[in-house]
Design a protein around this ligand. Sequence first.
Ligand code: HEC
Ligand code: HEC
Length: 177
Amino acid sequence: MHKKFWMILLSILVVMSFSLAAFAEDAKKEAKEDKPEYDYIGVDKCALKPCHGKDPAYETWLETKHAYAFDSLSAEKQKDPKYIKYYTTGETKRGKLLPNIQCEACHGPGSDYKSMKIMKDREQSIANGLLIPDAETCMGCHNADSPEEVAEFGKDFDWEEMIATGVHALPTEDDKK
Ligand code: HEC
Ligand code: HEC
Protein backbone atom coordinates (compact mmCIF):
# COMPACT_ATOMS: atom_id res chain seq x y z
CA MET A 1 0.00 0.00 0.00
CA HIS A 2 2.72 2.45 1.02
CA LYS A 3 4.90 1.46 -1.88
CA LYS A 4 2.11 1.96 -4.41
CA PHE A 5 1.31 5.39 -2.98
CA TRP A 6 4.91 6.59 -3.33
CA MET A 7 5.16 5.19 -6.83
CA ILE A 8 2.06 7.12 -7.91
CA LEU A 9 3.23 10.31 -6.24
CA LEU A 10 6.63 9.97 -7.89
CA SER A 11 5.13 9.49 -11.36
CA ILE A 12 2.89 12.51 -10.88
CA LEU A 13 5.91 14.62 -9.91
CA VAL A 14 7.90 13.41 -12.90
CA VAL A 15 5.11 14.22 -15.33
CA MET A 16 4.59 17.62 -13.72
CA SER A 17 8.22 18.61 -13.94
CA PHE A 18 8.35 17.64 -17.62
CA SER A 19 5.33 19.72 -18.52
CA LEU A 20 6.62 22.63 -16.46
CA ALA A 21 9.92 22.53 -18.31
CA ALA A 22 8.10 22.40 -21.65
CA PHE A 23 5.90 25.30 -20.58
CA ALA A 24 8.90 27.41 -19.56
CA GLU A 25 10.57 26.63 -22.89
CA ASP A 26 7.43 27.73 -24.79
CA ALA A 27 7.17 30.94 -22.77
CA LYS A 28 10.80 31.72 -23.49
CA LYS A 29 10.32 31.17 -27.21
CA GLU A 30 7.23 33.37 -27.26
CA ALA A 31 8.97 36.22 -25.41
CA LYS A 32 11.75 36.11 -27.98
CA GLU A 33 9.35 36.23 -30.93
CA ASP A 34 7.36 39.11 -29.44
CA LYS A 35 10.36 41.38 -29.08
CA PRO A 36 11.34 43.50 -32.06
CA GLU A 37 14.66 42.28 -33.33
CA TYR A 38 16.57 45.53 -32.98
CA ASP A 39 16.59 48.26 -30.34
CA TYR A 40 16.98 52.01 -30.64
CA ILE A 41 20.19 53.53 -29.27
CA GLY A 42 19.32 57.25 -29.60
CA VAL A 43 21.00 60.07 -31.51
CA ASP A 44 23.41 60.87 -28.64
CA LYS A 45 25.07 57.53 -29.31
CA CYS A 46 25.09 58.05 -33.11
CA ALA A 47 26.70 61.44 -32.52
CA LEU A 48 29.62 60.17 -30.44
CA LYS A 49 32.92 61.69 -31.62
CA PRO A 50 34.45 58.70 -33.40
CA CYS A 51 31.11 57.93 -35.05
CA HIS A 52 28.93 60.65 -36.64
CA GLY A 53 30.03 63.45 -34.29
CA LYS A 54 31.84 65.27 -37.07
CA ASP A 55 29.83 63.83 -39.95
CA PRO A 56 28.16 66.59 -41.99
CA ALA A 57 25.09 64.33 -41.96
CA TYR A 58 24.78 64.92 -38.21
CA GLU A 59 25.66 68.60 -38.27
CA THR A 60 23.18 69.40 -41.02
CA TRP A 61 20.46 67.15 -39.55
CA LEU A 62 20.64 69.35 -36.45
CA GLU A 63 19.47 72.26 -38.60
CA THR A 64 16.42 70.47 -39.97
CA LYS A 65 13.03 70.57 -38.35
CA HIS A 66 13.28 66.82 -37.83
CA ALA A 67 15.85 67.43 -35.07
CA TYR A 68 13.50 69.46 -32.91
CA ALA A 69 10.00 68.75 -34.24
CA PHE A 70 8.73 67.19 -30.99
CA ASP A 71 10.47 69.72 -28.75
CA SER A 72 8.70 72.56 -30.52
CA LEU A 73 5.19 71.13 -30.11
CA SER A 74 2.87 72.64 -27.52
CA ALA A 75 2.64 70.76 -24.21
CA GLU A 76 -0.84 69.68 -25.20
CA LYS A 77 0.21 68.16 -28.54
CA GLN A 78 3.15 66.41 -26.88
CA LYS A 79 0.59 64.32 -25.00
CA ASP A 80 -1.62 63.68 -28.02
CA PRO A 81 -1.12 60.15 -29.43
CA LYS A 82 -1.82 61.44 -32.94
CA TYR A 83 1.21 63.71 -32.70
CA ILE A 84 3.41 61.36 -30.69
CA LYS A 85 3.22 58.83 -33.51
CA TYR A 86 4.67 61.22 -36.09
CA TYR A 87 6.94 63.42 -33.97
CA THR A 88 8.98 60.72 -32.28
CA THR A 89 11.51 58.13 -33.39
CA GLY A 90 10.14 55.19 -31.44
CA GLU A 91 10.32 53.46 -28.11
CA THR A 92 13.33 51.57 -26.81
CA LYS A 93 12.82 48.05 -25.47
CA ARG A 94 13.05 49.54 -21.97
CA GLY A 95 10.13 51.79 -22.80
CA LYS A 96 11.90 55.11 -23.31
CA LEU A 97 10.25 57.26 -25.97
CA LEU A 98 12.81 58.97 -28.20
CA PRO A 99 11.60 62.46 -29.16
CA ASN A 100 12.02 64.10 -32.60
CA ILE A 101 12.87 62.47 -35.93
CA GLN A 102 16.27 61.07 -35.06
CA CYS A 103 18.62 59.14 -37.33
CA GLU A 104 16.98 55.85 -36.42
CA ALA A 105 13.50 57.04 -37.46
CA CYS A 106 14.73 56.78 -41.05
CA HIS A 107 17.72 54.45 -40.77
CA GLY A 108 16.24 51.81 -38.47
CA PRO A 109 17.10 50.90 -34.86
CA GLY A 110 20.87 50.73 -34.44
CA SER A 111 21.54 48.21 -31.67
CA ASP A 112 23.06 45.69 -34.06
CA TYR A 113 24.78 47.95 -36.61
CA LYS A 114 26.20 50.54 -34.20
CA SER A 115 29.62 48.96 -33.69
CA MET A 116 32.46 50.60 -35.59
CA LYS A 117 33.42 47.32 -37.22
CA ILE A 118 29.96 46.86 -38.71
CA MET A 119 29.27 50.54 -39.48
CA LYS A 120 32.40 50.72 -41.61
CA ASP A 121 30.98 48.05 -43.87
CA ARG A 122 27.81 49.17 -45.63
CA GLU A 123 26.67 45.67 -46.53
CA GLN A 124 27.18 44.34 -43.04
CA SER A 125 25.34 47.33 -41.62
CA ILE A 126 22.37 46.61 -43.84
CA ALA A 127 22.46 42.95 -42.81
CA ASN A 128 22.27 44.17 -39.21
CA GLY A 129 19.30 46.46 -39.59
CA LEU A 130 20.55 49.65 -41.27
CA LEU A 131 17.95 51.00 -43.66
CA ILE A 132 18.81 53.15 -46.64
CA PRO A 133 15.69 55.29 -46.65
CA ASP A 134 13.62 55.84 -49.77
CA ALA A 135 10.50 57.85 -50.55
CA GLU A 136 8.37 55.23 -48.81
CA THR A 137 10.20 55.87 -45.54
CA CYS A 138 9.17 59.51 -45.75
CA MET A 139 5.59 58.67 -46.72
CA GLY A 140 5.31 56.57 -43.56
CA CYS A 141 4.90 59.95 -41.83
CA HIS A 142 4.23 62.46 -44.58
CA ASN A 143 0.86 61.10 -45.64
CA ALA A 144 -2.79 62.05 -45.59
CA ASP A 145 -3.39 60.44 -42.17
CA SER A 146 -0.73 62.47 -40.39
CA PRO A 147 -1.31 65.82 -38.67
CA GLU A 148 -1.66 68.66 -41.14
CA GLU A 149 1.80 70.10 -40.39
CA VAL A 150 3.38 66.77 -41.37
CA ALA A 151 1.05 65.87 -44.24
CA GLU A 152 1.87 69.16 -45.91
CA PHE A 153 5.35 67.98 -46.90
CA GLY A 154 3.94 64.82 -48.46
CA LYS A 155 1.84 66.67 -51.03
CA ASP A 156 3.43 66.73 -54.48
CA PHE A 157 6.31 64.85 -52.94
CA ASP A 158 9.45 65.26 -55.02
CA TRP A 159 12.14 62.86 -53.81
CA GLU A 160 15.10 64.70 -55.35
CA GLU A 161 14.00 68.03 -53.96
CA MET A 162 13.11 66.52 -50.60
CA ILE A 163 16.42 64.83 -49.96
CA ALA A 164 18.29 67.87 -51.23
CA THR A 165 16.71 70.15 -48.65
CA GLY A 166 14.74 68.22 -46.05
CA VAL A 167 17.06 65.57 -44.69
CA HIS A 168 20.77 66.23 -44.16
CA ALA A 169 23.88 66.68 -46.27
CA LEU A 170 24.55 63.45 -48.11
CA PRO A 171 28.03 62.00 -48.45
CA THR A 172 29.60 62.88 -51.81
CA GLU A 173 31.44 60.31 -53.92
CA ASP A 174 34.70 61.72 -52.46
CA ASP A 175 33.58 61.07 -48.89
CA LYS A 176 32.91 57.46 -49.70
CA LYS A 177 36.48 56.83 -50.87
C1 HEC B 1 14.23 62.03 -42.42
C2 HEC B 1 14.99 60.84 -42.66
C3 HEC B 1 16.44 60.79 -42.26
C4 HEC B 1 16.98 61.08 -41.03
C5 HEC B 1 16.27 61.55 -39.79
C6 HEC B 1 18.39 60.81 -41.15
N1 HEC B 1 18.70 60.38 -42.41
FE1 HEC B 1 20.52 59.79 -43.06
N2 HEC B 1 19.76 59.46 -44.93
C7 HEC B 1 18.46 59.70 -45.31
C8 HEC B 1 18.33 59.55 -46.75
C9 HEC B 1 17.07 59.75 -47.55
C10 HEC B 1 19.61 59.17 -47.22
C11 HEC B 1 20.02 58.91 -48.66
C12 HEC B 1 19.66 57.54 -49.10
C13 HEC B 1 20.17 57.25 -50.49
O1 HEC B 1 21.37 57.33 -50.69
O2 HEC B 1 19.35 56.97 -51.36
C14 HEC B 1 20.48 59.12 -46.05
C15 HEC B 1 21.82 58.75 -46.10
C16 HEC B 1 22.68 58.75 -45.00
C17 HEC B 1 24.06 58.34 -45.03
C18 HEC B 1 24.77 57.74 -46.25
C19 HEC B 1 24.50 56.25 -46.22
C20 HEC B 1 25.04 55.51 -47.40
O3 HEC B 1 25.87 54.63 -47.21
O4 HEC B 1 24.57 55.79 -48.51
C21 HEC B 1 24.57 58.52 -43.77
C22 HEC B 1 25.98 58.22 -43.28
C23 HEC B 1 23.49 59.03 -42.95
N3 HEC B 1 22.35 59.16 -43.72
C24 HEC B 1 23.60 59.31 -41.60
C25 HEC B 1 22.59 59.85 -40.82
C26 HEC B 1 22.76 60.25 -39.43
C27 HEC B 1 24.04 60.13 -38.62
C28 HEC B 1 21.55 60.73 -39.01
C29 HEC B 1 21.19 61.34 -37.68
C30 HEC B 1 22.01 62.44 -37.20
C31 HEC B 1 20.63 60.61 -40.15
N4 HEC B 1 21.30 60.08 -41.21
C32 HEC B 1 19.29 60.98 -40.10
C33 HEC B 1 17.41 60.03 -44.46
C34 HEC B 1 17.52 60.36 -43.13
C1 HEC C 1 8.78 59.62 -38.05
C2 HEC C 1 8.08 60.56 -38.93
C3 HEC C 1 8.82 61.21 -40.07
C4 HEC C 1 9.56 60.63 -41.07
C5 HEC C 1 9.89 59.13 -41.23
C6 HEC C 1 9.97 61.67 -41.97
N1 HEC C 1 9.51 62.88 -41.51
FE1 HEC C 1 9.82 64.72 -42.37
N2 HEC C 1 8.87 65.62 -40.82
C7 HEC C 1 8.27 64.97 -39.77
C8 HEC C 1 7.75 65.96 -38.84
C9 HEC C 1 7.03 65.66 -37.54
C10 HEC C 1 8.08 67.22 -39.37
C11 HEC C 1 7.78 68.60 -38.74
C12 HEC C 1 6.39 69.08 -39.11
C13 HEC C 1 6.11 70.40 -38.44
O1 HEC C 1 5.68 70.41 -37.27
O2 HEC C 1 6.35 71.43 -39.09
C14 HEC C 1 8.77 66.97 -40.63
C15 HEC C 1 9.23 67.97 -41.47
C16 HEC C 1 9.80 67.74 -42.72
C17 HEC C 1 10.16 68.79 -43.66
C18 HEC C 1 9.99 70.30 -43.49
C19 HEC C 1 10.88 70.87 -42.44
C20 HEC C 1 12.27 71.19 -42.87
O3 HEC C 1 13.22 70.92 -42.07
O4 HEC C 1 12.46 71.74 -43.96
C21 HEC C 1 10.67 68.17 -44.77
C22 HEC C 1 11.19 68.82 -46.04
C23 HEC C 1 10.65 66.74 -44.50
N3 HEC C 1 10.10 66.52 -43.25
C24 HEC C 1 11.09 65.77 -45.37
C25 HEC C 1 11.20 64.41 -45.08
C26 HEC C 1 11.82 63.44 -45.95
C27 HEC C 1 12.46 63.74 -47.28
C28 HEC C 1 11.71 62.24 -45.31
C29 HEC C 1 12.23 60.90 -45.76
C30 HEC C 1 13.61 60.79 -46.19
C31 HEC C 1 11.02 62.46 -44.05
N4 HEC C 1 10.73 63.79 -43.95
C32 HEC C 1 10.71 61.48 -43.11
C33 HEC C 1 8.16 63.60 -39.60
C34 HEC C 1 8.79 62.65 -40.36
